[in-house]
Design a protein around this ligand. Structure first.
Ligand code: GLP
Length: 261
């Protein structure tokens, strides 16, 4: 695991966008795993500005998979994660909507939605790079505390904390769905490279638990410690409770230019 303490959102966005661009340059038909929430937005804006300036790669052959989706919103709801990703990133990058996948939250197929989503990911050979945020309670995608570290895509019930955290995207707390479909922790571990971003004071405890705590279902994001290729990008507030912060800084300062991420 490479923990990279950076100075600001914009530095994180530059590094994360560089990682994604490198994957797409190396493999134009790359499979990108996308996250929602506010954390990845600066990275998405950076990718878009490079794309508009014609300095980014072509995304025409890229396929995307979202981490998760709300259950119970009207089809096409502006806060559905499929609509959010199209609006914030993929439409403007020129990725056609039929190449952007999310778990299917239709009420008449929920029991099989997880298996169907896993089959879609498997059919394209898996995810090359997976962007991840972290919940203030340590959740990863929508795997709330207590989720099996081996879990697969399935329906989950949100905690009261997560519904409260996400209420800012809706007109009221009552509108925040209670249920979601989410890639499992075992599913996420199969992506070839995990890029976990955490920013802000509200993520400091969860980040410390995920990176330096025991691997435990009580902090689902700690499962990243089991993955062989993880990059953790942190702003000063999110990194502030790490015991080994000085060491991570030394490692990053001494990182050889040829190494990449
Ligand atoms: C959301 C998403 C996660 C995200 C997390 C943090 O509910 N399901 O994928 O990482 O919670 O969100 P934010 O980045 O807005 O803090």
């Amino acid at each position: 695991m490479e923990v990279v303490p950076l100075g600001s959102d914009s530095e994180i966005a530059a590094v994360a966008a560089g990682i994604i661009e490198a994957v797409v340059r190396h493999r134009p038909a790359a499979v990108l795993g996308l996250a929602t929430g506010s954390t990845p937005l600066p990275t998405y804006r950076e990718l878009l500005s490079r794309h508009k300036a014609a300095v980014g790669p072509s995304y025409a052959a890229v396929t995307c998979f979202n981490l998760d989706e709300y259950v119970g919103l009207a089809a096409g709801h502006e806060q559905s994660y499929l609509a959010t990703i199209a609006r914030e990133l993929t439409d403007a990058l020129g990725i056609s909507r039929d190449r952007v996948n999310g778990p299917d939250p239709s009420s008449d197929g929920l029991e099989t939605a997880g298996e169907r989503y896993e089959a879609l990911i498997a059919a394209v050979g898996g995810i090359d790079v997976q962007l991840l945020g972290i919940g203030s309670d340590g959740h990863l995608a929508f795997n709330e505390p207590g989720s099996s570290l081996a879990s697969r895509t399935r329906v989950k019930t949100l905690t009261a904390q997560t519904r409260k955290d996400n209420a800012r995207f809706f007109s009221s707390l009552d509108e925040v769905p209670t249920h979601v479909l989410t890639q499992g922790l075992g599913t996420i571990l199969e992506a070839r490279h995990l890029v976990l971003i955490a920013t802000g004071e509200s993520k400091a405890n969860a980040t410390a638990a995920a990176v330096e705590g025991p691997v435990s279902a009580s902090c689902p994001a700690s499962v990243v410690q089991l993955h062989p290729h993880v990059t953790v990008l942190l702003d000063p507030a999110a990194a502030s409770r790490l015991d080994r912060l000085a060491y991570y800084r030394e490692v990053y300062t001494a990182k050889p230019a040829w190494q990449g991420f």
